[in-house]
Design a protein around this ligand. Structure first.
Ligand code: PLP
Length: 407
């Protein structure tokens, strides 16, 4: 009789978004007085940049002719040189030297954040920020690294609280357990906080000292507006011997439906006598056959001067929404964080209200959908997350409705 991976049975089972969906559907059925506006979504809404579309059209045309048709990508780790060199150039522009064979192109940062655990043993101790992007937690739970779920936490995970008191950036762990794998996401989903070089340096030094590895998710780096905030962990001295970086075109260039991302593993990064770059290369070579030629050409176009100008326009649009939300909610008397270097606004619930209670109130009184912070971990209780990915007019209307609630 086949044995299943019993770790799957321990998963609490996609509670957050299904529950939001259930509550929104139930409310819709009651004929709400106003159209419902969704500020809970984490998906982009602006179309792809024209230069990206042109690159895809050209690539499709190439695929239609025998002379220019492409099959499996034979180049380094299923990524075409043209894209790896373009990515390498974007690092170089920020003063970071990355070799082209340290770049692994994939179909998503979610895929890579979720699969990276394949190259690490199951008895590693894992630390996650709290609140957290759930993928880091659930994939470790599936692999058997998280222990058991007690209704609020996984018994074997170290939760690093990220609260208003520490500026939503984790302090080093105080207990005896030293984490081997440390997930850091900056700019952060869900809090919208972006780490400074000094903050990251503390963790880089810690990881180098203890032989840990930092899994650094910078899927939202393109939203950084403040000078001095690093876009890559490799801007921090010492990071190449302790960090892996995940990046994505999803939020940077609206590729959530196109699918393209990349992971950087420096060759200096060795653990257990092995190069992690070589292990990941072996893993990808076995389990992955690359991203389509058409999509890799689309991604390449993002790095052209026109591509940069056009994608920046969409980012500016979202960041403007973020400001509308932040300013509006602050004017209504709420305490709000994020939204400066990220498309997320992390709002404190009023009067000590619970996350779900405030979610329900906003839904019923303003017909606005948010995401309850408690769904991202214990330290998310007392917050809701709002996203800036919506339509600008709808966002403005939603904020006006929330302000009216507090008058
Ligand atoms: N990392 C973070 C922190 C995210 O919030 C998301 C998407 O919401 C992803 C990764 C997923 O990126 P991708 O679309 O490249 O899989």
């Amino acid at each position: 009789m086949v044995k299943i991976n019993e770790n799957f049975l321990k998963l609490p089972g996609g509670y957050l978004f299904p529950e939001i969906g259930r509550r929104v559907r139930a409310f819709s059925a009651e004929n709400p007085p106003m159209p419902i506006i969704r500020l809970g979504i984490g998906d982009v809404t602006q179309p792809l940049a024209p230069v990206v579309i042109s690159a895809m059209e050209k690539a499709v045309e190439e695929m239609s002719r025998k002379e220019t048709f492409r099959g499996y990508c034979e180049e380094t780790c299923c990524a075409y040189d043209f894209l790896r060199y373009a990515i390498q150039g974007s690092y170089k522009a920020r003063g970071v030297d990355i070799a082209d064979d340290e770049i692994f192109v994939s179909d998503g940062a979610k895929t890579d954040c979720g699969s990276i655990g394949d190259i690490f043993g199951v008895d590693n101790v894992v630390a996650v920020c709290d609140p957290v992007y759930p993928v880091y937690v659930d994939t470790n739970a599936m692999a058997g690294r998280a222990g058991d779920y007690d209704g609020e936490r996984w018994t074997n995970l170290i939760y690093l609280p990220c609260t208003a008191d520490n500026g939503f950036f984790p302090a080093l762990p105080e207990g005896e357990k030293v984490p081997d794998l440390i997930y850091i996401c900056s700019p952060n989903n869900p809090t919208g906080a972006a780490a400074t070089k000094e903050q990251l340096k503390i963790w880089v030094d810690y990881a180098n000292k203890h032989g840990s590895v930092i899994l650094y998710d910078s899927a939202y780096e393109a939203f950084i507006t403040q000078p001095g905030i690093p876009h890559s962990i490799f801007e921090v001295e010492g990071a190449k011997t302790c960090a892996i970086e995940f990046r994505s075109f999803s939020k940077t260039a609206g590729f959530t439906g196109v699918r393209c991302a990349y992971t950087v593993i420096p060759k200096e990064l060795e653990r257990g006598g092995a190069s992690l770059n070589a292990l990941w290369s072996r893993r990808q070579g076995t389990k992955f056959n690359g991203v389509s030629y058409v999509v890799q050409r689309a991604a390449e176009a993002v790095f052209t001067p026109e591509g940069q100008a056009q994608t920046q326009k969409a980012i500016a649009y979202y960041l403007n929404n973020a400001q509308v939300i932040k300013k509006g909610l602050s004017a209504a008397g709420l305490t709000v964080y994020g939204g400066e270097n990220a498309p997320y606004i992390w709002a404190r619930t009023p009067d000590g209200m619970g996350s779900w209670e405030f979610f329900d109130l906003l839904l019923k009184k303003a017909c606005v959908v948010t995401t309850p912070g408690a769904g991202f971990g214990p330290s998310g209780e007392g917050y809701v997350r709002l996203t800036a990915f919506g339509d600008a007019d709808a966002t403005k209307t939603a904020v006006e409705r929330v302000c009216n609630m507090f008058q």
